[in-house]
Structure formats: structure tokens, C-alpha cells
Design a protein around this ligand. Sequence first.
Ligand SMILES: NC(=O)C1=CN([C@@H]2O[C@H](COP(=O)(O)OP(=O)(O)OC[C@H]3O[C@@H](n4cnc5c(N)ncnc54)[C@H](OP(=O)(O)O)[C@@H]3O)[C@@H](O)[C@H]2O)C=CC1
Ligand SMILES: CC(C)(CO)C(=O)C(=O)O
Length: 315
Amino acid sequence: MAAPRHQEATSASGGFTLILGAGAIGRLWAASLPPQRVRFIPRDTVPAARCCEYRLQAADGNQYPASIPYCETAQPLPRADCLLVTTKAADALPALERHITRLPRDIPVVLFQNGMGSQQRIAARWPERPILAAVTTEGANNPSAHLTIHAGRGQTSIGSLTPNAEHCLPTVVRHLQNSRLRVFPEPEIHQRLWQKLIVNAGINPFTALLNCVNGDILAHPFYLQHIDPLCQELHQLMAREGLNSPSADALRETIETVARATALNTSSMRADVLKNRPTEIDYINGYVASRGEALNLELATNRMLAERVRALTHC
Ligand SMILES: NC(=O)C1=CN([C@@H]2O[C@H](COP(=O)(O)OP(=O)(O)OC[C@H]3O[C@@H](n4cnc5c(N)ncnc54)[C@H](OP(=O)(O)O)[C@@H]3O)[C@@H](O)[C@H]2O)C=CC1
Ligand SMILES: CC(C)(CO)C(=O)C(=O)O
């Protein structure tokens, strides 16, 4: 089946997008942007093929073929309107460090990582570059090497992390709106990152530890024992960080609304544990616990959840 038509992109760089991280979210974006105007930056090793070939199963169930060229490892990177970084949180800074000298200083870099910590480290490492963060509720997974499933339609909010990103935000948003995905500018990106962090902190570790889908945590005694202390800690930390901090009850309500809305989902953390891959716990409950330590707050529930999840993939 032929893919639906895109609007034609126009810009000085020809509407080009570079993507670092050809995993589930990277492939969703690559197949959703105008064809012929996307390149994956490969790992250090020369990729086995010139193109990343796969099928994207759209949210309506239809499948479309995608063939996304890899950039030549020995050549300069092509001029592009922006770089999307779609690795896991732990890989984002090392991956950027490997390639950043090949990129013009003014290229906007959009970070898609869940959780918190990696974005701040990247913004602090390259404060002069335009670095932006994206918070996305799109859902994608790769059940096999050549199939990417767009499991749930959502939206992507983008905001600036460094001063030089402010003026690029409208252009980056317009550029990414040229895809089949919904994209919006987010002036309060820090608050938005925290909202997503709260949801991930309240759902992901429980699904990983209890080995269940999102909705099934809600009636489990372990969840019921820990969710209120967890929400108290999140409320305390947000207040100390100077953020707009909803009450612990409101945070629990937010977490449970998402758990009910995604009741049949396997969370990204449970999926990582099931595949014996490193989880992003250090950027979720681990990040909360370490911010607590830095601010002299005892956030024991987050620390306990982080330790238990780490133990799942470290044996
Ligand atoms: N999937 C989703 O629905 C959502 C994901 N996110 C967030 O987006 C981020 C990416 O998630 P997802 O796509 O699921 O993860 P995946 O593991 O599917 O993809 C990450 C990709 O990054 C690649 N990668 C790692 N290091 C490098 C490097 N140095 N150079 C080039 N490529 C590299 C990996 O390659 P390899 O496979 O070889 O290791 C892999 O292809 C995560 O932070 C996640 O939390 C946020 C919302 C939704
Ligand atoms: C919202 C939630 C929990 C959906 O599964 C998610 O973001 C994740 O799995 O990481």
C-alpha cells in the first residue's frame, strides 16, 4: 500500500532531518517525515546495508514500506534542519559526543529521551548549541528487525533547553509538523518533562517489578502499599525544585488516569526487563532519588524502587 502524501517541505536545507538512534521512535519519525529527506546516523560501525529497510504498521493497522538511507560514515554529514536524538537516555550523551563535531554549531538538536537527567547533562555539555527537548505520547515498538509498530497515536511537545534554542523553536516545530505526527511548541517544557516523569515514576517500576501490564498494577497490594508515599516524595521534590507541584493525591490521580488509559500496554521498563536490556530507571525513580540526596530530602520509596528495578537486570 502506498503511504499517504506529505506536504512538501521547503527550507534552506531542503527540509532534511537527521536521526540518531534507529530504534522504535527513530523509525516512527523517519517513516512519518517526507520521504527522501531523512537520514539515520549509524553507530560507529559501517552499517551492513546502505538503507534501514522496514515496514511501519500505522495506528490504523495498514503497513507501509520504509527505506531510510544511512549517512556515509566517512563523509561529512549532510546539512539538515534538525537532528532528532532517539536513543535511550543512557546512550544519548555518548552518541552525541561521537558525532557532534561533524554537525554545524547551529543545527537544532531535539532530545526524545524519557525521564530526566540526560537532557540536563547534554544542555550543560553544549550550552552554546540549540538544544531542545521533546515529550512525546506517541507509542512505538519494534517486535522484529524489519517491523515497527505505531502502537498508539499521541502528540509531541517541543521546548527549548538552551538559550540559543529559543529562536529556533517555531522553525523546528514547523519542520516536524511536516510529518504525519502531531507536534506543538511547549513554552513550559521543564514542567512538561516533570509531568511525564511523574507518570513514568508511578507506573514503570511497578509494571517491571510485578511483571504485568500497566492497568494491572492498580489493584496490586505492592502498588497500594507504596503509591501514596511515592506521590508524597514526588510532591516534596517538585516543590523544592521550585516547580508548580500538584498535591500528592492529584499526582496519584494523574498516574492512575494514564495507567487506566494504557491498561493493556507493556511499559517500556517492563519491555526492557523482559528483553534483559538496561532499563531507564536511573533517569526516572533513580533520578528522583538522586535529586533528593542533592537537596537533603529522604526519598526512600523512589530509592527502594530504583534499587529493586536495577537488581532485575543486574543478575
Ligand atoms: N518507544 C516509544 O514508544 C517511546 C520512547 N520514548 C523514549 O525514546 C527513547 C528511545 O526509545 P525507543 O526508540 O523505544 O528505544 P530503542 O531501544 O528502540 O531505540 C534506541 C536506538 O538507539 C540506538 N543507539 C544507541 N546508541 C547509539 C549510538 N551511539 N549511535 C547510534 N544509534 C545508537 C540503538 O541501537 P541498538 O539497537 O544497536 O542498540 C537503538 O536502535 C527512550 O528514551 C524512550 O524512553 C519516549 C516515548 C515513547
Ligand atoms: C506512559 C507509559 C507508562 C505507557 O506505557 C510510558 O511512557 C512507558 O511505558 O514508558
